[in-house]
Design a protein around this ligand. Structure first.
Ligand code: DC
Length: 214
């Protein structure tokens, strides 16, 4: 039997990683693991409990109707993690080396027996350094901010474009300059620049990179 295929996709905020990865995984019949959701769920959990991070907590990912759901101490946090506050809490918690270490085994376990697309910031560099295919997904900062701005407006959030751009540039800077597992292209990653692409064009680009190497 052919060995499972492991695809690591990293990239900055708003590069379209999660939507593109989800769609590409669906087309290939791979499972899709969104690792940002783990940092988000832990950030929200510890804020809610008003305690500092500790490793007595149980985190797991369950696939329900093919959708990834994140459980902390057996409570489903998935519907609480997509707010600007959760982004901020995730960013803070993700800078702690003990948190990154704590989540390592769980993330790696998905790549052991499954064909998987896993996305995050350090998947090709730290979590799955032996991934079969590594992609660094990026796009021009203004375009990424425009995509994020359009998403927020669509949800009914009132925001200024310049604030979204500033926020995104700050998160890019923080994610790339933190001491532990910063966002960085793996030496053997293929850069996929989606500037100017439609969503479908970006999915096709990622699928082509993967299929060419299968
Ligand atoms: O991809 P996202 O916006 O859901 O990620 C939330 C935060 O978690 C973001 O600040 C970066 C961090 N993160 C990380 O440090 N490593 C990962 N593999 C995934 C996310």
């Amino acid at each position: 039997m052919k060995k499972n295929t492991v695809v690591a996709i990293d990239g900055p905020v708003g590069s379209g990683k999660s939507t593109i990865s989800r769609k590409a995984a669906e087309k290939l019949g791979f499972i899709y693991v969104d690792t940002g959701a783990l940092y988000r769920a832990l950030g929200v959990f510890f804020e809610e409990k008003r305690i500092d991070f500790n490793t007595n907590v149980k985190v797991d990912i369950r696939f329900i109707d093919k959708e990834q759901r994140v459980f902390v101490d057996d409570t489903d946090y998935t519907d609480k993690i997509r707010t600007p506050k959760a982004s901020m809490l995730a960013s803070a918690v993700s800078a702690k080396p003990e948190v990154r270490e704590f989540l390592l085994e769980l993330q790696r376990s998905f790549a052991k027996n499954n064909s998987v697309i896993m996305d995050g910031r350090d998947i090709g560099t730290v979590v799955l350094p032996d991934a079969d295919i590594k992609i660094f997904l990026t796009a021009d900062a203004k375009e990424r901010a425009k995509r994020r701005y359009d998403e927020l407006i669509l949800k009914g959030t009132s925001v200024e474009f310049d604030d979204v751009l500033k926020d995104l540039e700050k998160r890019d800077y923080d994610d790339s300059h933190r001491e532990h597992a910063p966002l960085k292209k793996a030496d053997d990653a293929i850069v996929a620049d989606t500037t100017g692409n439609t969503f479908n064009e970006s999915v096709a680009l990622v699928l082509k990179i993967i299929e060419d190497r299968l």
